[in-house]
Write a protein that binds this ligand. Sequence first.
Ligand code: SAM
Length: 162
Amino acid sequence: MLFISLLLILVLSFCFVGIFLGAPYMPTLNKQVEIALELAELKKGDTLLELGCGDGRVLIAAAKKDIKAIGYEINPFLVLICYLRTIKYRQLVQIKWGNYWDKSWPAADIVFVFLISRYMEKLDKRLNNYPYKPIKLISFAFKIKGKRITKSKNGLFLYIYK
Ligand SMILES: C[S@@+](CC[C@H](N)C(=O)[O-])C[C@H]1O[C@@H](n2cnc3c(N)ncnc32)[C@H](O)[C@@H]1O
């Protein structure tokens, strides 16, 4: 019974939640993560916000460059993995468990996302009303319809909200 319950929670966390609330889990390749940070031209002391931080690889790459990183993640299994992987960077990395659409997003210099196309418009509206502008958005794989791309490389798109 316990095994079936755990299995059910696992399936719900990885499939249902991701598909209906943002994007299912699929990690960005490490090479793309490096390109994302290059595109963003972040400086030491900047803050990166990641919506759906998965296993924490983007947060770790940012912390290695002395960038503060805050990640939201809804899947409790990934929150645990992410928490354990980022222990070494606790001074710089914060992980928040929950649905990022329901949270008020903290002040940050950049937001990194790997969503699915149907959530890009919602994200755009939210960033247009973001109180701590300017903020850069790096989106992996998906574009925002009708918004000018400032830079792009290898499937990563940089947008600026002023
Ligand atoms: C495509 S994966 C990307 C993971 C990570 N950003 C990366 O690039 O490696 C999307 C992640 O967002 C999480 N997610 C989806 N919808 C969410 C929501 N509404 N709130 C918080 N996390 C969410 C999923 O659980 C998944 O880990």
